[in-house]
Write a protein that binds this ligand. Structure first.
Ligand code: HEC
Length: 136
């Protein structure tokens, strides 16, 4: 009996170690998910290089206004402010005030696709194993 418990504990520790070194890690290069973009009617692979490029563009072109406590009259925004579909609509319709006011004008269509990829990949209704969002 004691042996069996030791074996199970050992196995659990081993599995924990494996998950630490990323044997089971599926994000960033493992399984690829896709975003169907309504504007270009195309499927975009949400690979790390896209979402990372999108994150950087978002940081310097959107977060520059939408940070907490900003004095530009912009609400604090993060990726969870919209669902996946919601973000697609923001970029498809471009009907949010800053877009209508031409504040997105210096961003190329490709830049906007990348920002959309990033926001979509971390939207409110995506599942993140590191958060307790899905626990209710
Ligand atoms: C120069 C400042 C500025 C920049 C840059 C900017 N915004 Fe805005 N944005 C605003 C302001 C002001 C509003 C209107 C007030 C509000 O609703 O936050 C707004 C509104 C919005 C809203 C609606 C807010 C809501 O929750 O209903 C979204 C979404 C948004 N912006 C996304 C973006 C994205 C994505 C980018 C980058 C591509 C961006 N903004 C860049 C100033 C900015």
């Amino acid at each position: 009996m004691g042996k069996k418990i030791a074996l199970i504990t050992g196995l659990a520790a081993f599995l924990a170690l494996l998950s630490q070194v990323g044997v089971f890690a599926k994000d960033e290069g493992g399984e690829t998910t896709y975003r169907f973009d309504p504007a270009t009617q195309s499927s975009r692979a949400l690979e790390y290089k896209n979402t990372m490029a999108g994150y950087k563009l978002y940081r310097s072109n959107c977060k520059s206004c939408h940070f907490r406590g900003n004095d530009k009259g912009a609400k604090f925004l993060d990726t969870e402010a919209r669902t996946m579909r919601g973000w697609n609509m923001v970029f498809y319709k471009k009907n949010v005030r800053c877009a209508k006011d031409g504040l997105w004008a210096k961003l190329s269509p490709e830049d906007l696709l990348l920002i959309n990829d990033y926001l979509y990949s971390k939207a409110y209704d995506t599942w993140d194993p590191r958060s307790n969002k899905s626990c209710g």
